[in-house]
Design a binder for this molecule. Structure first.
Ligand code: UT7
Length: 325
């Protein structure tokens, strides 16, 4: 009997503090930083984002998303033998946010670790969990994307601080004798480290270098539109499927213009693309599972649908996962 992995539940969580573009613009104006709702909507499609309060960590957002995914799967935390958290905003330098989350869930004993692939983190984590289930080292996994990007934003830099938000999304991935995950395709090109990074690090009790996010937006934009099409096509080819087989494209939620361009290249109408960037902003590794869970709970994405998940971000990293829900 072939062993596959399948998503059996989804969940997500947004911290309650929501800021519209106008509210954020008003706060930035006090510090002499000029932006507007019009600019943000026109260039990105973002209308609002959520920010976690002080003292709330990625593991706290992840906990709520996981509780909801477990409930959807009809499982308890004790059923879980693997937790993978994709995050670039971990609670601590170490141990992993996955270990902290495991303890908060009361799911102690199974394997738990973080994956660091920035905005591609969730597709990386899902691919790793799928491989671990296929090889028999895990039966039931929680695969999570959780971020508090508000902590690493430079609120004096209008070219980045208006783009990102906080949140978490999670899926339960279980061993199955019918295929859920059909194929995946992961890549990185480390020569582009500098175009999207948080260069600071801890050394001898001090932070050396800048601990805030830096991005060359145009360079990232250009790379993203190219690699997202390639990754989608490579993943479809591995599964012997074509664009026509995709029911829903669930891309990383960074910029509506990147999503429109990818959809156009794949000849998919925008009504087959899940869009949540307008309400969430860019939540990095959390953006794909947040979008997935939102679409599931809205009744758009249904069991049996074929989904193409696509991530792209710092590293430079990118990748796609094709699956049957
Ligand atoms: O999550 C990882 C993936 N990340 C991404 O995919 C991000 C990819 N990049 C982007 O989404 C876009 O490049 C941005 C949204 C970051 C920027 O959009 P753009 O159309 O490339 O704008 P731009 O950088 O060319 O800037 C255009 C103008 C500039 O003014 P001048 O030089 O034309 O006078 C900027 O100074 O817009 C100005 N500008 C702003 N104005 C008002 C930049 N940020 C803002 C702002 N408010 N927040």
């Amino acid at each position: 009997m072939n062993r596959y992995s399948r998503i059996t539940g989804t969940g997500s969580f947004l911290p309650p503090r929501r800021l519209t573009n106008a509210e954020l613009a008003a706060q930035l104006a006090v510090q002499g930083v000029e932006t507007s709702d019009e600019w943000i909507v026109e260039r990105t499609g973002i209308r609002a984002r959520h920010f976690a309060d002080d003292g709330v960590f990625s593991s706290d957002l992840a906990l709520e998303a996981c509780k909801s995914a477990l409930q959807a799967a009809g499982l308890t935390a004790q059923d879980i033998d693997l937790i993978i958290v994709a995050t670039s905003t971990p609670d601590m330098v170490f141990p992993s946010t996955a270990c902290i989350l495991q303890n908060k869930l009361g799911a102690n004993g199974g394997a738990a670790f973080d994956v660091q692939a920035v905005c591609s983190g969730f597709v990386y984590a899902l691919t790793v969990a799928d491989a671990m289930i296929r090889t028999g080292s895990s039966k039931r996994a929680l695969v999570v994307g959780a971020e508090v990007f508000s902590r690493i934003l430079d609120f004096k830099d209008r070219t980045t601080c208006v783009l990102f938000g906080d949140g978490a999304g999670a899926v339960v991935l279980e061993a199955s004798d019918t295929p859920g995950i059909l194929a995946s395709d992961l890549h990185a090109d480390g020569k582009h480290v500098g175009i999207l990074c948080v260069p600071g690090h801890v050394s001898n009790g001090h932070i050396l270098g800048d601990p805030l996010l830096k991005m060359d937006g145009q360079a990232v934009f250009k790379l993203a539109v190219g690699v997202l099409e390639e990754a989608a096509r490579a993943t479809l080819a591995k599964a012997n499927l074509t664009e026509a087989d995709i029911d829903w494209l669930i891309p990383h939620q960074a910029n509506i213009r990147i999503m429109q361009s990818t959809a156009r290249k794949l000849k998919l109408p925008m009504d087959k693309v899940v869009v949540t960037v307008d309400q969430h902003g860019n939540t990095s590794a959390a953006s794909i599972p947040l979008a997935l869970d939102t679409a599931v709970r809205q009744g758009k994405v249904k069991p049996g649908d074929t989904l193409m998940l696509e991530g792209v971000g710092g590293g430079f990293t990118w990748g796609a996962v094709l699956l049957n829900l």
